[in-house]
Write a protein that binds this ligand. Sequence first.
Ligand SMILES: NC(=O)c1ccc[n+]([C@@H]2O[C@H](COP(=O)([O-])OP(=O)(O)OC[C@H]3O[C@@H](n4cnc5c(N)ncnc54)[C@H](O)[C@@H]3O)[C@@H](O)[C@H]2O)c1
Length: 328
Amino acid sequence: MHASQISFSRALVTGGAGFIGSHLVDALMEREVEVTVLDNLSGGRLSNISAWLKNPRFRFLMGDMLNQHDIKRALEGCEIVFHLAANPDVRVGALNTRIDYEQNILATYNLLEVMREIGECRRIVFTSTSTVYGEAEKIPTPEDYGPLKPISLYGASKLACEALISGYSHLFGFKSVICRLANIVGSRSGHGVIYDFINKLMENPNRLEILGDGRQRKSYLYVRDCVEAMLTAAEGAKGQVEIYNIGSEDTVDVTSIANIIIEEMGLRNVEIYYTGGVEGGRGWRGDVKVMLLDITRIKGLGWRPKLNSAEAVRQAARDIIAERGRLQ
Ligand SMILES: NC(=O)c1ccc[n+]([C@@H]2O[C@H](COP(=O)([O-])OP(=O)(O)OC[C@H]3O[C@@H](n4cnc5c(N)ncnc54)[C@H](O)[C@@H]3O)[C@@H](O)[C@H]2O)c1
């Protein structure tokens, strides 16, 4: 099935004012879906969805996933929920151990509880992550790789969410799609390596600090490719609980990302400084050094990434630099 054929007319997007969420909202609105966004704007911005705020098919609810009443209001009349609201930052778990538990596990539990109570909305698409695989020995890593041993609290919390979704689906008849995303890049992103490097270089165009040894090598996917993959998975999944890896088919290392960004910003003679990182070159504790997902399964539904990792990074850098230019 092609992702432009949509089988639902009313959708809730939790975290829809965020980076990936707002691009998903664009794709759904362009396909004539009635969209509700529930977001507490902790990481998201209203400007990300400003194009739709006055559209009668669009509803924005400022609310919190930690409050079941807010979720109930948002879920009213929806046939499917795309659950993106979360703490998306892998790094914070080492500093504050409660955030991933609350914003990811408890928030997801609250959503599933409200879905169970209301009973009308029985479809959920969840944004999980490549970090559930931990330091996989098999690269590219397929969906059935195991045992899953995440090395961050973020990865652990997302794996717990997947397990809750699976259990609720089997007990209460939900149909669920779990998307394990690689690194997603593009405009409106408020975190991640490209965002960090551009910020640092705007502050000091002569010197760039790289966390770790620069040899961390991962798959990057352009956000529009990601959204199309999520919609393809939502429409193409047949079973009750289906898991799809979503990423590109190659990797790019952090030093190459720095060089792409330096080039796109038109800078010269930037001194690159490596912190060396922790545990043999990781950027931070919990940073996976090599990540590449096996995407055979989602490709079987007819989806392909349009951009490879380096192209995605370059396009994202251009988008973010242009966005900054408009904001200044
Ligand atoms: N960006 C990536 O590379 C990537 C990779 C793998 C998985 N993911 C997952 O994709 C999803 C979206 O990530 P993103 O990069 O767009 O992050 P983001 O921070 O831009 O989006 C998350 C949104 O959720 C909202 N939110 C957070 N806590 C909330 C709460 N308690 N109640 C209501 N709203 C809340 C934030 O305000 C924000 O708008 C997340 O679940 C993230 O874990 C992202």
